[in-house]
Design a protein around this ligand. Structure first.
Ligand SMILES: C[S@@+](CC[C@H](N)C(=O)[O-])C[C@H]1O[C@@H](n2cnc3c(N)ncnc32)[C@H](O)[C@@H]1O
Length: 306
């Protein structure tokens, strides 16, 4: 369960409420029968994420570099020479900047609900669009040759995924590719502290309608099939967690720790535990991951529009 990819803020972040969304929010969700209540709740949740402070930017960039090393690439689909590329939920924009460099002839569009990081040397072929994915993508049909989306499972309600992936396919041109990457729930071997941490965070996320069990990652191929894509491929990639796994293991463990610490107050509050108990659990988990040589898996799936 990739809980550390959840877009988090500090301990002061307000809990989601049942209040009505702002006009225009949650259009994708509101199109699902019986999901109107969730649309309100999750639009609130998404919009209440704090802006990307420096610590969060560092964390997202660190994830980006770790994944690039593990995949030995920025993507796996055989995209050829795309001229129009879209990265939805682009985060800091680092993946999109890399693609700008790899495909200088292409225009790379990054879309996110929050601003990207400030940088003085923005690639000239990069464009940023600020939008809420749950409103439906603000692009015409067949606009892009390559559409990429990574690590959004814990930012978006589980129920929106089938409709969302159809929307990604809609804006993809015939012959173009859609690639999705999410963390699975697989952490193994897992000691007792690791299991408890994952269980607490999983329950915390589940109570908010988010995917704490890796269901989204396990459903990526189905979403692509239901969106009418073909030549679908899936790959599972395991990454080490902890210093035992060298620099990548160290980065991933740091990412775990950063996110858990940021969430610890809210999780402690929810389960009526002292925050110190969670911090101690995290320390035990770190030791366990090193002793047991724990790994965590990501799932990459991609498909082509005919
Ligand atoms: C965990 S980050 C992943 C960022 C990036 N894809 C990466 O791999 O580094 C999730 C991103 O999704 C964005 N996001 C969350 N909900 C969104 C929504 N409803 N519409 C657009 N972007 C959203 C967040 O602002 C955040 O930048």
């Amino acid at each position: 369960m990739p809980w550390w990819f959840f877009k988090h803020g500090g301990g002061s972040e307000a809990e989601p409420t049942e209040s009505e969304p702002a006009p225009g929010e949650g259009r994708l969700l509101s199109s699902l029968p019986g999901e109107r209540g969730h649309a309100a709740e999750f639009s609130q949740f998404s919009l209440q994420s704090l802006p990307k402070d420096l610590r969060e930017i560092d964390r997202l960039d660190l994830q980006h570099y770790a994944l690039r090393v593990v995949l030995q690439a920025n993507y796996l689909a055989p995209v050829g020479l795309p001229r129009r590329i879209l990265d939805t939920g682009c985060g800091t924009g680092q993946w999109a900047y890399d693609l700008c460099q790899e495909f200088p002839q292409a225009t790379v569009v990054g879309l996110d609900i929050e601003p990207i990081k400030q940088t003085t040397n923005l690639p000239s072929n990069f464009r940023f669009v600020r939008a809420n994915l749950l409103d439906g993508l603000p692009f015409a049909n067949d606009s892009f040759d390559f559409v990429h989306q990574r690590l959004l499972a814990l930012s978006l309600p589980v129920t929106c995924w089938p409709v969302l992936v159809k929307d990604l396919a809609r804006v993809t041109a015939p012959g173009g590719w859609v690639e999705l990457i999410e963390g699975s729930a697989e952490v193994a071997p897992a000691g007792p502290a690791t299991q408890e941490v994952f269980s607490l965070i999983g329950q915390y996320l589940l109570a908010r309608g988010l995917d704490g069990q890796g269901n989204v990652a396990r459903s990526l191929v189905r979403y692509l099939e239901e969106a009418g894509l073909s030549a679908i491929q899936q790959r599972t990639v395991a990454v080490p967690v902890g210093e035992w796994g060298g620099p990548i293991g160290h980065l991933i463990a740091l990412d775990f720790r950063e996110t858990f610490l940021a969430l610890s107050e809210r999780v402690a509050q929810r389960f009526q535990l002292p925050t110190e108990a969670l911090v101690a659990l995290l320390q035990s988990m770190r030791r366990e991951c090193n002793d047991l040589h724990t790994c965590y898996s990501f799932i990459v799936a991609y498909g082509q529009k005919r």
